[in-house]
Write a protein that binds this ligand. Structure first.
Ligand code: NDP
Ligand code: MG
Length: 404
């Protein structure tokens, strides 16, 4: 390992964000090297990445896969240390040698490692929005107290960050920001009739028109829950109240978001939809370094369109605003319930239109005290998952009873 280079942990290196991060690292080998790569199930891909990037550690987050990982390392003759589980993730993100942690894990599972990395003062590039949604306030406090840094990789939040630069927090109240315009592609079903939405398949739902992403975020984009989570993410990252965050549909995904100031100026960030752009921005911040991607051309911007979102077509979006108005327990509930329901949809246990139905039903049934620590956050998360599983079970029993 060479200390002239920045040493990076890529959490979830086998996923879509992970692959984009490795592509940026590969283009900038003189500046960056990988310290550790992690996977959950795709061990063969992790081994392949180890050959190319020569990290010191490989971690498999599923502890049952450790012996499989070790035997594949041995067969491949690789010189790398293998770790597993939450402990393995926590160990690598806190290592003295590490400069950056890129979190490309999907869902609440990323909360532990992001928290641990911030506790040891690391710079954490967060694509993994769910932990910010769940515990943004606590993570921001840990970052402040432990001199850690959170840099937003989610393309919209990275755009906002760029439009705010060189301002530093607190952004909203003191620095003249009047509104955030959060753009959304509208996903694959922007034009689909409400009747046809009922028959949407998993394959159709995960086929995003502009981005090539993991299954969970692709379904979230199709329901627009992704934008709901991003409203909450923006609220936490930039301390802007919900009423000052407006969602705008922009099918071309070229304008990644905008910031309005009280003097009448609106700043936007434009780029082709390619996650390597925000990842490279954060890895090089505050410098700008050449990146080999397709740049936006005049032709690309001749036909940019914007429209207001239809809350009836996308009921998950108003549900997210509503949860935010009810406070942090409701927001943690929203995120956890959504993870369970999306999983049910991906496993073909429920239909696409059932997603907002069960989300609303579970949110109405769920109650929890306001958390005052990260441990409390995890308890609320667990309780919300139990609540929605009970509702799903009852509905399956009722359906079974009806069909008998
Ligand atoms: P993917 O599903 O493509 O990748 C997820 C990664 O996390 C994989 O490496 C996977 O391992 C690993 N993983 C899965 N489950 C666990 C677990 N329980 N514990 C630890 N690791 C796990 O997702 P994306 O890359 O698309 O998204 C990652 C995060 O980034 C999400 O939070 C998403 O919302 C956010 N994001 C993604 C964008 C994108 O363009 N993809 C854009 C903006 C935000 P394995 O593959 O080995 O099973
Ligand atoms: Mg996004």
């Amino acid at each position: 390992m060479n200390k002239e280079k920045k040493s990076i942990v890529v959490l979830g290196s086998t996923g879509s964000v992970g692959l984009s991060t490795l592509s940026v690292i590969e283009q900038n080998k003189d500046r960056f090297e990988t310290f550790a790569l992690t996977a959950h199930s795709r061990i063969d891909l992790l081994i392949e990445q180890c050959h190319r990037f020569e990290p010191k550690y490989l971690v498999v987050s599923d502890p049952n896969q450790l012996s499989n990982l070790k035997s594949k390392i041995e067969t491949a003759g690789l010189d790398v240390i293998a770790l597993a589980g939450q402990d393995g993730l926590n160990e690598i993100v806190q290592h003295d040698f590490v400069d950056f942690v890129v979190s490309g894990i999907v869902g609440a599972a990323g909360l532990g490692p992001i928290h641990k990395a911030l506790l040891t003062g690391k710079t954490v590039l967060v694509a993994n929005k769910e932990p910010i949604v769940m515990a943004g306030d606590f993570l921001a406090r840990v970052a402040r107290e432990c001199e850690g840094v959170i840099l937003p990789v989610d393309s919209e939040h990275n755009a906002i960050f760029q439009c705010l630069s060189p301002l530093l927090p607190p952004y909203y109240s003191e620095q003249g920001i009047s509104k955030i315009l959060l753009t959304a592609s509208g996903g694959p079903f922007l034009q689909t009739s409400l009747a046809d939405l009922r028959n949407v398949t998993v394959a159709q739902a995960i086929k995003h028109p502009k981005w090539n992403m993991g299954r969970k975020i692709s379904v979230d984009s199709a329901t627009m829950m992704n934008k709901g989570l991003e409203v909450i993410e923006a609220h936490h990252l930039f301390a802007v109240p919900a009423e000052a965050i407006e969602v705008v549909i922009h099918p071309q995904s070229i304008v990644h978001s905008m910031v309005q100031y009280i003097d009448g100026s609106t700043l936007a960030q434009l780029a082709n939809p390619d996650m390597r752009v925000p990842i490279a921005h954060c890895l090089n911040y505050p410098k700008r370094v050449k990146l080999n991607v397709d740049h936006v051309s005049v032709k690309d911007i001749l036909t940019l369109q914007f429209q207001e979102p239809d809350f009836k077509r996308f009921p998950c979006l108003p549900l997210a605003y509503e949860a935010l108005s009810h406070g942090s327990a409701a927001v943690i509930g929203l995120n956890a319930i959504n993870e369970v329901i999306v999983d049910e949809f991906l496993n073909e246990k429920i239909g696409f239109s059932d997603i907002p139905y069960f989300l609303e039903a579970a949110l109405n049934a769920f109650e929890a005290p306001t958390p005052s620590s990260i441990e409390d956050v995890l308890e609320v998360d667990t309780a919300a998952r139990q609540c929605v599983r009970q509702i799903l079970m009852k509905s399956q029993t009722a359906e079974h009873g009806l069909s008998n």
